[in-house]
Design a protein around this ligand. Sequence first.
Ligand code: NAP
Length: 295
Amino acid sequence: MDKRVGFIGLGIMGIPMVHNLIKAGFEVTVYNRTALKAAQMVAEGATKAISPKELTLENSVIITMVSDTPDVESIILGKNGVLESIKPDSVVIDMSTISPQVTQKIAARLREKKAHMLDAPVSGGEQGAVDGTLSIMVGGDIDILERCRSMLEAMGKNIVHVGSNGMGQTVKLMNQIIAAGNLNATVEALVFAQKHGVDLRKAIEAVQGGAAGSWQLSHLAPCMIRRDFKPGFMVDLMQKDLRLVMEDSESMRVSLPATSLIHQMFHSLQATGEGKSGTQALIKVMERLAGIEVK
Ligand code: NAP
């Protein structure tokens, strides 16, 4: 396949993903709204474009990795966007987490230009992006996925086709229901153990290899104890994902009582100025309820 790719969105995830594409031998053109971040990638060998439209002129595969649904819409469908210069048979791979319904709408607009779309959101966090071990859940035409597989393999390990356009995003929301539930269980367990005077480092070591082990326990509980709230995944982005889950729960009439409660608990962090903290800051909400601090 074409070894050239255009990459839009150089945030916590985008930068290491571009790094891995370059390492795997791809020629990468980057665009970022805040141009300064693109300069770092140019130093690593990428080329810089001044708009999504210009980036698309030079590339037939375009990856987007930005924050939210309106951001992907404006980059692809908006002024100076991808749609203005896309060529037939090109592929847009959206790796952000956004609305499944809007994904279907964007895919339809691309189809009018005889171009293809894959929704390919990821799981594995910042470390997974750095290590190139992301799980990638892909919606869209399976033949288009096979065409792009080597590119995705530069960024991830577990690449699974889950259905048509929008299904990748739906499976990512399923992933977030599990992640939020595990995170909530982790913070409740830490506060409980702290109250009993347990050595939390030892407790995590003992529990993580058994049936209660989880990514959240192994990766985020140690940060909570160190009081390290630097974002790998920001509270505001988790809330964006849980909002998408809640909207679906409403329209599909699916009861998700625990996820709904966790969404409310995260509001408490946003209300106290912690929206840009990592999701491990959820411990602070539980600490407020319990009247103790974990350490
Ligand atoms: P981030 O660090 O906040 O980066 C967001 C990126 O999107 C930045 O490059 C930002 O540009 C760009 N952007 C936002 N709005 C834009 C707009 N309207 N037009 C153009 N560019 C725009 O976020 P991240 O953690 O990399 O997450 C990116 C996506 O991956 C999100 O959908 C998130 O839910 C998902 N995700 C994240 C993780 C994680 O652990 N971090 C894991 C899985 C999935 P500026 O630099 O100009 O702000």
